[in-house]
Design a binder for this molecule. Structure first.
Ligand code: HEM
Length: 335
């Protein structure tokens, strides 16, 4: 009896050793390693090591979402902590779970830690192309984003760019009431910016015809030498004002050693002393020599006060020709 009992115990131990139940696998793995290489080692340390492996495997399996098909179902159940839970490999990859039962009977001693493998999704990944019109017609709009936008490029091109980029509108507008009233008072038509309004000191349109006077012949020099006591008539000082007829005036042209006389508003002036002080130059002044130059003078500079300036040069009064001489001359011309 004793021998039969001992043999049954030994047989059960041997059977459990080679075909252990799922809950006994970790301990068996520990004891196998202990019996093989580490004689004399502390069995409690191996247990802690196995538990740490299990815990790491649990966390890895949870984070990665897949366990290798080489792991046993019992180990997977241990990793999940629930015996009723299916292995994670079967959740992630049903195709690979079919290999697990065959390997579960022969657990590997070295590969106790579950290894992650790329998870194969059971749902196919949809693929599409932009230019595929048939596909765009069959696929519902909710599956992909904006199917109308995918088909629009060939149908409706983007709007063309405007030829002239938009600019700031004029203020006031061209058709506004402010512009209808006309330009701003005291402003020229071109005073749209910050330029000051035109003044009277602006440059005249006509170019100046003044000449460069020689030194000592400025207007101030003339005023100094032609004072009230000066006598620049060119005739003896005792000679009274002359009655100058047009025939007499005609002979005073400034040529042949004679002075140049000029008739201005009934008076005759000797303009020879003033010639070099004339701002318009000597030739311009001599245009009125030997004749009544009232009209010419007024056309050039009517603002010039000639009477005061030429007071020291007054020769006499311009009078008409005496009667008889005028008639005789006319008769001579007719002949
Ligand atoms: C008919 C004869 C005369 C002619 C053709 C004549 C011509 C001229 C001319 C072309 C100018 C330059 C104008 C300019 O571009 O600024 C001028 C200036 C002047 N002339 Fe005569 N002139 C004549 C007689 C006189 C006489 C008799 C006087 C003298 C009292 C005179 C006094 C002046 C003065 C003061 C200026 C400077 C005017 C100014 O700065 O605005 N001119 N003249």
């Amino acid at each position: 009896m004793v021998a039969v009992g001992i043999s049954l115990i030994v047989a059960s131990v041997v059977w459990v050793f080679f075909r252990p139940p799922g809950w006994l696998t970790p301990w068996l793995l520990q004891w196998r390693g202990f019996l093989r290489g580490s004689i004399g080692a502390d069995p409690s340390s191996g247990r802690r090591e196995a538990r740490s492996d299990d815990s790491s495997g649990t966390h890895r399996g949870e984070h990665i979402g897949a366990i290798s098909s080489e792991d046993t179902p019992s180990a997977a159940r241990k990793a999940t902590g629930k015996g009723s839970m299916p292995p994670l490999a079967s959740i992630a990859s049903p195709a690979s779970s079919s290999q697990s039962p065959s390997n579960a009977d022969h657990p590997s001693e070295e590969q106790t830690t579950p290894k992650a493998l790329p998870a194969i999704s059971s749902q196919p990944v949809p693929s599409f192309s932009i230019g595929d019109d048939e596909y765009s017609d069959t696929v519902p709009a909710s599956t992909f984003s904006a199917p109308s936008q995918r088909s629009t490029p060939s149908l409706m091109p983007p709007p063309p760019r405007p030829a002239n980029p938009p600019r700031l509108a004029q203020f006031p507008a061209a058709n506004s009431a402010q512009r209808a009233r006309g330009p701003t008072p005291n402003r020229g038509p071109s005073s749209s910016g910050l330029a000051p309004p035109p003044t009277h000191s602006s440059i005249p349109t006509k170019p100046s015809r003044k000449v460069v006077l020689t030194p000592g012949h400025s207007p101030l020099d003339w005023a100094r030498i032609s004072g009230p006591s000066a006598d620049l008539r060119g005739v003896p000082s005792s000679t009274p004002y002359l009655r100058v007829t047009p025939s007499m005036l005609k002979t005073q042209t400034g040529r042949k050693g004679k002075d140049a006389w000029m008739g201005l508003n009934g008076k005759v002036y000797n303009i020879t002393p003033y010639a070099e002080f004339h701002p318009g130059g000597i030739p311009e002044l001599l245009r009125g020599a030997g004749k009544d130059a009232t009209k010419i003078f007024g056309e050039v500079h009517p603002w010039v006060n000639y009477d005061t300036m030429l007071s020291a040069c007054l020769v006499g009064l311009l009078v008409d020709e005496p009667e008889g001489t005028e008639d005789v001359s006319e008769m001579e011309q007719m002949d």
